[in-house]
Design a protein around this ligand. Structure first.
Ligand code: ADP
Ligand code: MG
Length: 591
């Protein structure tokens, strides 16, 4: 269990179900002590027989002992089951609470961090790491108490009868224990981490692999082009084989020592018998040890599996904490409201986590309220990053991003979300009805409002073709929308949201002319009377912007109106030249 300062421990997650865990531990301890009783009674039976030899023993007493053994065996089970019920109730609660806490945390994180961690990994952490704690709390921890209670009682009993035989029983157990300590030490904890890392890595690559399948098909590549996935599998298998080989010897000795208790006991008994005369009392004592020694093996096996799971849980908690370590964006201490809906970037620098250079470097630009500005430039120039910074998907490292004269860090997240509509490069629709997809933007929107937004976004033809209109679930029962159609629904969502600032990211890049025309019309509706920052490849759509900013490797190369930039004969003029040539070439070809 993680006991590090600042992180919640497993028990913190149990909340008010903590007492159930304690009840489980106590019951498990009691059950462990009860489990010794049947052995004592069996021994009493054997003793009765041996002492009466060659006569007939008192059978009434023997039958009584037999029933007592059965009774205690049943009690042991019942108490244990009671304990397990308590521990399961608490364990499921803990796993659920861990899931809730991590999901709540993940939702508050900067939107970009999923790319950094990998969504496959995030899923594994939330899902599997919390599940690991469940096994530990439900089974392993109660067993731990049992495993401590039994040897304590056993030790006392072992030495009560004949200390020499007691030592003979304990010796192999101590050897097994030493071997086990080697198997579960700090080095093995490190190995366990590597193992889980390799597994998480493979998981992540598998998700990326599945995502990439369409690309593979499109380009007719073979599966072996997914080198990273294959490499992660290779790493994993190499690791597992090495791990298994390393454990082979200690595991062998561990099992050997545990199963060798009888050999030790037999040897000791022969030795002692050779030294002194053997009487009935000695044989009766020996029988006691013979009866009880298998319990030792059982107990040690339990401890071993428990400490293995203990390592898994320690690792799981560390992973959960690594997720909790990613800091959410802070809410402002003194929230302010934007004075108008202008956008301003002042000397802004930003670098992605783990990147070697700034994605945006000392960039300044401004869009006045109600104005339209365009961002253009080579791919990788930082356009999408600028759009993300305005929506505060990330916090800038240097400089300020301001909306209406107020730093976005001083605007409450909710307000900022209401102020800026960001239409993504690849707007994703959820597998939900069209109405629900729109209501993400405005949960209490009436049906009329939904329909008005869809009409404004030129979606009437899409709706007409759908079986259940706006109640149609996208992605189910063969209902699929083309990229352009999805884009229009996403625009309807933005129109419904009606935010005063609209940021559009390369949303016009659709090949078929019919869609393109409609998407264009939907844009016009969406941007009416708004402050607009648009990112577009096709320069014809940015010609009419009040100001055009040309980005090059994260820096401002030039800015001005279309006419001014053409005058300059700089980067933009060259891009325009290329663009018009390409366009006329297309027209000529079509003619
Ligand atoms: P554009 O939209 O102009 O094509 P981007 O803003 O997407 O450019 O990217 C700017 C730079 O930041 C590029 O060098 C890109 O590789 C890098 N980048 C973009 N997104 C990430 C990310 N999530 N993590 C790390 N680097 C990124
Ligand atoms: Mg981009």
């Amino acid at each position: 269990m993680q006991k590090k300062e600042g992180y919640p421990t497993l028990f913190d997650y149990a909340g008010r179900h903590k007492y159930l865990t304690f009840a489980a531990l106590v019951l498990s301890g009691i059950s462990a002590l009860l489990s010794l009783a049947p052995f004592l009674y069996i021994w009493l039976i054997v003793r009765g027989v041996i002492e009466a030899l060659p006569g007939i023993p008192d059978t009434d007493a023997l039958i009584f002992y037999g029933w007592m053994a059965v009774l205690f065996a049943a009690l042991t089970l019942l108490v244990y089951i009671g304990g397990l019920m308590c521990s399961h109730l608490a364990a499921f609660r803990v796993a659920a609470n861990i899931r809730k806490a991590t999901i709540a945390h993940v939702l508050a994180l900067p939107s970009g961090s999923f790319d950094a961690v990998g969504s496959g990994k995030v899923r594994k952490i939330i899902d599997e790491s919390s599940a690991a704690t469940e096994t530990y709390l439900a089974h392993n921890l109660p067993d731990l108490v049992g495993a401590i209670a039994t040897p304590a009682a056993l030790l006392v009993m072992l030495f009560v009868f004949d200390w020499r035989l007691g030592i003979a029983c304990i010796l192999p157990a101590i050897c097994a224990f030493l071997v086990m300590a080697r198997m579960t030490g700090r080095r093995m904890q490190e190995k366990m981490k590597q193992y889980q890392d390799a597994l998480a890595d493979m998981n992540n690559e598998a998700v990326e692999y599945v995502r990439g399948v369409p690309v593979v098909k499109t380009f007719g590549q073979t599966v072996f082009s997914f080198k990273r996935f294959k490499a992660s599998i290779d790493r994993y298998s190499k690791w597992v084989v090495a791990y298994t080989k390393e454990l082979r010897q200690p595991m062998m000795f561990f099992t050997l020592f545990l199963d060798a208790t009888f050999a030790f006991l037999g040897g000791a008994a022969l030795l002692i018998a050779g030294l002194a005369s053997v009487n009935t009392a000695f044989i009766v004592d020996l029988v006691f040890y013979v009866v009880l020694s298998p319990l030792l093996a059982l107990m040690f096996n339990r401890i071993m599996y428990m400490s293995e799971n203990g390592m898994i849980v320690k690792d799981a908690m560390a992973r959960i904490n690594s997720l909790l370590d990613i800091r959410p964006l802070e809410e402002p201490a003194q929230p302010r409201r934007p004075e108008d809906f202008s956008i301003e970037l002042k000397e802004v620098s930003f670098r992605y986590p783990a990147a070697s250079r700034d994605a945006v470097h000392k960039l300044s630009l401004s869009v006045k309220a109600g104005g339209t500005a365009a961002l253009v430039g080579e791919s990788g120039g930082g356009k999408t990053t600028v759009a993300a910074l305005i929506s505060r998907f990330w916090d800038v490292a240097e400089g300020e991003v301001k909306i209406g004269g107020v730093n976005v860090k001083d605007i409450p997240k909710r307000d900022l979300a209401d102020t800026v509509s960001y239409v993504f490069q690849d707007s994703k629709l959820l597998k939900a009805s069209i109405a629900d997809n729109l209501r993400i933007a405005k949960p209490n929107a009436t049906e009329e409002e939904l329909k008005a937004a869809l009409t404004a976004a030129q979606c009437d033809d899409i709706l007409a073709a759908l079986p259940d209109g706006i109640a149609t679930v996208i992605g189910a029962d063969g209902v699929y929308l083309s990229g352009g159609q999805q884009q229009r629904i996403a625009l309807a969502r933005a129109i419904l949201k009606d935010a005063p600032i609209v940021v559009l990211d390369e949303a016009t890049a659709f090949a078929d002319p019919e869609n393109e025309y409609k998407v264009q019309r939907a844009f016009e509706k969406l941007t009416e009377g708004k402050t607009v920052l648009m990112i577009a490849h096709r320069l014809s759509t940015v010609m009419n912007a009040d100001e055009i900013f040309v980005l090059d490797e994260g820096e401002l190369a030039e800015c001005g109106t279309h006419a001014e930039l053409l005058e300059k004969h700089g980067v933009y003029a060259r891009m325009w030249q290329e663009y018009t040539t390409a366009a006329s070439w297309k027209v000529a070809k079509e003619c």
